[in-house]
Design a protein around this ligand. Sequence first.
Ligand code: AKG
Ligand code: FE2
Length: 205
Amino acid sequence: MQELTTDFRERFASVKLPMPDAEVYLLPHFTPQEKQIPLQQALEENVAWRQEKIRLFGKQIDQPRLTAWYADAGKAYTYSGLTWEPLPWLPELAALKTQLETLTGAAFNSVLLNLYRHGQDSMGWHADDEPELGQNPVIASLSLGQERTFSFRHRFKKDLKNQLILPSGSLLLMAGPTQHFWHHQIPKTTRPLQPRINLTFRFIE
Ligand SMILES: O=C(O)CCC(=O)C(=O)O
Ligand SMILES: [Fe+2]
């Protein structure tokens, strides 16, 4: 089972979000300001971005964002009935993985990247609860570029909600029972927005 260390929990108690049935931390300044733009540019250029399709009402349509998946060799990942072979770690991604492991005490062996090109790119309500992520996954989610709204809603207590702004350089950590009890999304907006890259580091069993 994956867990944050006691050391991490004590150090970051002040940025733990007051959500029941959840363990969520928002570290606003994980990537320092001067590194954000070079890192974002390197990722925009070097990541093998793909336009995946989703099935909606029996039709194949473009996913409203670009994605890529990097992981340790042999960690195949299955979704929508398809199995994806991971790409080998880019140096920038390997460095972030090590930084996150040192910070949290959790291990990561894969990263899913999302590129939201503008305000009409989005991610619908879901939990990161695929069986290969294990019981209580630690998900480390780094944001670069345009700040976007991130919404939570409780899966069973329908009046419980939370909305955050994820600024460039921020790290959102979800652990403990969060995925059992909460869904999250990145909503669309009609405001004209610049691109945003999100990286979610995970451990696949
Ligand atoms: O872009 C984000 O901040 C959310 C990404 C996400 O929820 C996911 O990749 O599972
Ligand atoms: Fe997610």
